[in-house]
Design a binder for this molecule. Sequence first.
Ligand SMILES: Cc1cc2nc3c(=O)[nH]c(=O)nc-3n(C[C@H](O)[C@H](O)[C@H](O)COP(=O)(O)OP(=O)(O)OC[C@H]3O[C@@H](n4cnc5c(N)ncnc54)[C@H](O)[C@@H]3O)c2cc1C
Length: 280
Amino acid sequence: MSTANHVIVIGAGSTGAALAHDLALRGIHVTVLERAGVASGSTGHNQAQLHSGARYAVNDPESARECIQENWILRRILPEGLELNDGLFVAIDDVGMAYRSKFLEACAECEIPTKELKIAEALSLEPLLNPNILAAIQIPDGVFDPYRLCLSFLATAANHGADIRTFCEVTHINIVNRRVTYRSRITGKDDVLDADAIINAAGPWSAQVADLGGISVAVEPSAGAMITIDQRVCQMVINLLDSPADGDIIVPQRLTSVLGTTSWKVENPDNILVPEESIE
Ligand SMILES: Cc1cc2nc3c(=O)[nH]c(=O)nc-3n(C[C@H](O)[C@H](O)[C@H](O)COP(=O)(O)OP(=O)(O)OC[C@H]3O[C@@H](n4cnc5c(N)ncnc54)[C@H](O)[C@@H]3O)c2cc1C
């Protein structure tokens, strides 16, 4: 394997960390430049649900298939970063029951395994569920620890020679010379790095980062509000059996539960104002 190639990855969220891991294992020399800490962007602020894809099976089968494929890969390569507690889709009314057969068919199409539970079985697994639920379908959701996920990927990358530079903000990209200028947020000093390839893994900041190299990329970032309560109310990820909507998932995370999410488009990911109605 060649170690001559040098790739700069901009951003140390889940995308940048996983890319660094993958490239380093292939013998590529990687430098990760992250303007803040590891997982300081969307990755460290999401609902931490390892999606099975079931949520998207009816409306967005392409994403659903991608989810289940990556779910299986993560289970294989990163078991220490995951809590494999599965998930339940529960119907609480006639609308949910009408969605049930569409949901089961779509999951089968996308190769997402499902198991319909008897109500008594679902209530014994999750005693705090509404006792009046009408259906419960088990799917291979899970929970991940975003910080551990990124650190694990970056650790294997570093073990294979990757150079991880946090608090280093990319300020200019020369596409022709493949040269990146970055500023240390600790010392305030600028530095430059040359590369054979530059990867923009800046998530919601991807448009701004592309713009540093004079490239225009259309990105529509969205934000969401979640509420964490200091009690673990369920052991599995609880989803509402219905078309995806705001606030229809409860993700257990260690001793807490995260309810959410909502979603709205934002102009600037550095300046997110949470609308009151989103919390409601
Ligand atoms: C409310 C909400 C809930 C979500 N819940 C889930 C969920 O439960 N499960 C799930 O799988 N996904 C969820 N997602 C989606 C998930 O969070 C994103 O798909 C994922 O975090 C994107 O990772 P990323 O590495 O691409 O971006 P990010 O994690 O945002 O990483 C980009 C990094 O680039 C860095 N950066 C930006 N500009 C520069 C620069 N100039 N120089 C250097 N570094 C720079 C940033 O600091 C940041 O760390 C959710 C998203 C939202 C908004």
